[in-house]
Design a protein around this ligand. Structure first.
Ligand code: PEP
Ligand code: MN
Length: 340
């Protein structure tokens, strides 16, 4: 339920109500709006306490949250969440572009990619050091050595780093280097991992599972939010359908649908979403036209030699061209890709 404070409720009254909610065994998520403050009270048996909270000092009303996801819902907070870390700003009128290789491979590859994507206008560097591969015989990533190369590229360019954490036990080491913790599609419903990144506190890029519904994606985000981390970006990366021409099917209607229901920013991954380098720029631009708050794009200096996902990776020149197109589309829909 939502405890809606009166306009002009004092900080003491707000703090008092937060304490009261917590004493009832519920988790309090205060949202300090320009007009008034609301406190989302989430947990089991929340509706039992409605009447007692309604009589609290400075309280205007207590209303139930109808959506199954609570803190992620627009019912709780209608203002768009903006996620900021270092060079990356994602949300509201700001579009963030995270670009880089599927996997971190070596120093030359990372430094060349980081410099080129920054020059082209990317606002963060992506790269997997811990890779979730379909086959155990495929390249599994450089692990900590890969994280060190990402940190080197950040020192060189100033770009924030987005990298995947595949297991809770790797979280301490990954979060020592990462600016954004990516939860991969295969882990969207790994609830212990979601709670762990929620408690860790770094911004999270949560990818949609290939067979997860959007409600399930929002409930997965709710795990991170409920653990106390408000900085969650949702990522549409394509789903499994009968269509075989593309690696996955990229449903861009997810973007406006999610925007209607959640204040969280929505990022689109046209690389995994299509699985073909030639389809990445048009679908990235289309995602921006549909209102996406960010893109995550696979870029490699020599896609043919990439150790993973080369067929869907843009080379440096193709990425530069894509950014020109995306900037034009962003401008047409009244948004900007914020340069670092
Ligand atoms: C990736 O971004 O490299 C990746 C593995 O993505 P996904 O989890 O969407 O398959
Ligand atoms: Mn990949």
């Amino acid at each position: 339920m939502i405890v809606v404070m009166k306009r002009g409720a004092t900080p003491e009254q707000i703090e008092h109500m937060i304490q009261r909610v917590e004493r009832l065994g519920l988790r309090a998520h205060p949202i300090y709006g320009a007009e008034r403050t609301v406190i989302a009270a989430v947990g089991e048996k929340r509706d039992e306490f409605r009447q007692s909270l309604e009589s609290g000092p400075g309280v205007a009303e207590v209303v139930p949250i109808l959506a199954p996801y609570k803190v992620a819902s627009r019912e709780v907070c209608n203002e768009p969440t903006v996620v900021r870390t270092g060079s990356l700003t994602v949300g509201n009128s700001h579009i963030g572009v995270m670009a880089g290789p599927c996997s971190v491979e070596d120093e030359d590859q990372m430094i060349a990619t980081a410099r080129a994507v920054k020059a082209a206008g990317a606002t963060a560097l992506r790269g997997g050091a811990f890779k979730p591969r379909t086959s155990p015989y495929s390249f599994q990533g450089l692990k900590e050595d890969g994280l060190k190369l990402l940190a080197l590229a950040r020192a060189e360019t100033g770009l924030a780093i987005v990298t995947e954490v595949v297991a809770s036990e790797d979280l301490p080491i990954v979060s020592r280097y990462a600016d954004v913790l990516q939860i991969g599609a295969r882990n969207m419903q790994n609830y212990r991992l979601l709670e762990a990144v929620g408690a860790e506190g770094k911004p999270v890029l949560l990818k949609r599972g290939p067979s997860a519904t959007l409600d399930e994606l929002l409930l997965a985000a709710e795990y991170v939010l409920n653990a106390g981390n408000p900085n969650v970006m949702l990522c549409e990366r394509g789903i499994r359908t009968f269509e075989a021409h593309t690696r996955y099917t990229l449903p861009l209607a997810s973007v406006p649908w999610l925007h209607e229901r959640t204040h969280l920013p929505v990022v689109v991954d046209p690389s995994h979403g299509t699985g073909h380098a030639s389809l990445v720029a048009p679908m990235g631009a289309a995602a921006i036209a549909a209102g996406a708050d960010g893109l995550i794009v696979e870029v490699h200096p020599d896609p043919e030699s990439a150790l993973s996902d080369g067929y869907q990776s843009l080379d440096l020149e193709q990425f530069e061209q894509m950014m020109i197109l995306c900037r034009r589309v962003a401008e047409a829909v009244g948004r900007t890709i914020v340069a670092p």
